[in-house]
Design a protein around this ligand. Structure first.
Ligand SMILES: Nc1ncnc2c1ncn2[C@@H]1O[C@H](COP(=O)(O)OP(=O)(O)OP(=O)(O)O)[C@@H](O)[C@H]1O
Ligand SMILES: [Mg+2]
Length: 398
């Protein structure tokens, strides 16, 4: 499909572009009637796209004329250049346009990368810089997020492709290879733009106004997202609040799980560690060289138990003594024993309290959710429920 698009557009591309430059009327006179009609149509489409883009992203900081030139380039010149040069990334230096253009050869989607020309970054993590892009269309352009990695990330690219369209996982539009450098192992991603930002940010602003049913919905959304990953043998391994994104659906605030930068399939990884840091780490994760296979699924469940507690009580889990578990002067076995002991004590004491608090006739209450959390933080990884089981327990509460 793209090949015929390329053929048709080749001649038109050259003509349209030369027609933008001064002294071009001579060339325009040499055009056949058909070429003239096609050029007229391309200009019409470019105008339409310009209008639509300005409507969907008012503050995109590209002057109207520059945007029109970009749209005309996409409508005419881009297919010709892609066919001739076999590359998909067109920097401003290459095109002399106001912004970089990139095409996804898998889907033929075209993106205008806005980067940081007068715009704030959308986010920055340890591994990626995230800025805005526009998904080009003459009728329905979209403001999207563009994440550029600062280190090789082929595992993340594979995970992102494997997990695409999973339930309660962030929406990925394109996984892009670096077509400027052959054999490059750095990938960038275009995803849906979550205008409400990440969950850590959201909680900082809205924590006070949240009710139990909101918190419960957040836990359930996260769990469904993780179940989508675990069902495909992927562990997430970086379950911080910044890696959940917030969206509004049918008037309700909902979450999706994002950032597959540390995701591992079947436990195969060179980059060890149960989670990104110690604060969500299960006892067995302290000895991170011992982890393999499904162990990472179980350390994810533990981490989510800690996360749910944070969501419920807005405080660090009481069973984690960070100074103690991080102290590498103490042998790992001793640290594990102390940690497991603290967990056992806490689970026993809190379990008793919850039994008293729990009204047997009431299925939907905070105490019942906390009981599920106690199961998720079981010190014995084999006795923790699986993601599917936690999903079912949450469903049964409702
Ligand atoms: N699609 C998006 N919509 C809105 N904000 C986003 C989007 N993608 C990323 N962000 C913002 O950028 C931040 C960093 O993104 P991301 O988590 O993908 O990068 P990272 O470098 O892998 O992070 P980490 O430090 O967790 O490894 C997010 O926490 C979020 O605030
Ligand atoms: Mg992140």
């Amino acid at each position: 499909m793209f090949a015929s698009f390329i053929q048709k557009s080749c001649m038109l591309g050259l003509l349209a572009f030369t027609c933008l430059t001064p002294g071009s009327s001579l060339l325009a006179q040499k055009m056949t009637p058909l070429e003239k009609v096609e050029l007229k149509q391309a200009r019409k489409r470019a105008k339409k796209a310009t209008r639509a883009i300005r409507k969907c992203f008012k503050q995109c900081k590209i002057p109207k004329r520059d945007l029109y030139k970009i749209a005309l380039f996409i409508e005419t010149e881009l297919p010709k250049r892609v066919a001739a040069e076999n590359r998909y990334y067109y920097s401003r230096v290459k095109t002399r346009l106001a912004r970089t253009i990139e095409l996804d050869p898998r889907t033929n989607k075209v993106f205008i990368h806005l980067k940081q020309h007068g715009l704030k970054k959308l986010g920055r993590g340890a591994c990626k810089k995230v800025t805005y892009s526009i998904l080009y269309s003459t009728t329905h352009p979209k403001k999207v997020a563009y994440s550029l990695a600062n280190r090789p990330n082929e595992n993340e690219a594979q995970a992102t492709l494997d997990l695409k369209d999973g339930k309660r996982l962030y929406k990925v539009i394109s996984v892009l290879t670096d077509s400027r450098n052959q054999g490059s192992n750095k990938f960038s991603f275009v995803s849906k733009y979550y205008e409400m930002g990440d969950f850590a940010n959201f909680l900082n602003k809205k924590r006070q106004s949240l009710k139990f049913k909101d918190k419960f919905r957040f836990c359930r959304d996260i769990m469904i997202g993780i179940q989508s990953m675990h069902s495909k043998s992927y562990a997430h391994r970086d379950l911080g609040l910044k890696n959940f994104f917030v969206e509004k659906r049918r008037g309700k605030v909902r979450l999706v799980v994002a950032d597959f930068g540390r995701a591992v399939k079947d436990g195969y990884t060179n980059e060890k560690g149960a989670q990104g840091g110690y604060s969500l780490c299960a006892p067995e994760g302290l000895d991170y060289n011992s982890l393999q296979g499904d162990d990472y699924l179980r350390t994810d469940i533990f981490a989510l138990g800690c996360t749910f507690y944070k969501i419920l009580y807005n405080t660090k889990p009481v069973w984690i003594n960070l100074d103690q578990i991080k102290d590498t002067n103490v042998p790992v076995k001793t640290r594990q024993e102390h940690y497991i002991h603290a967990l056992e004590q806490y689970r026993k004491k809190r379990g008793r309290e919850l039994n008293q608090l729990c009204d047997q006739s009431k299925r939907f209450c905070q105490a019942r959710l906390e009981k599920i959390i106690l199961k998720m933080i079981h010190p014995d990884p084999l006795l923790r429920p699986t993601a599917a089981q936690v999903c079912q327990m949450l469903k049964d509460m409702h």
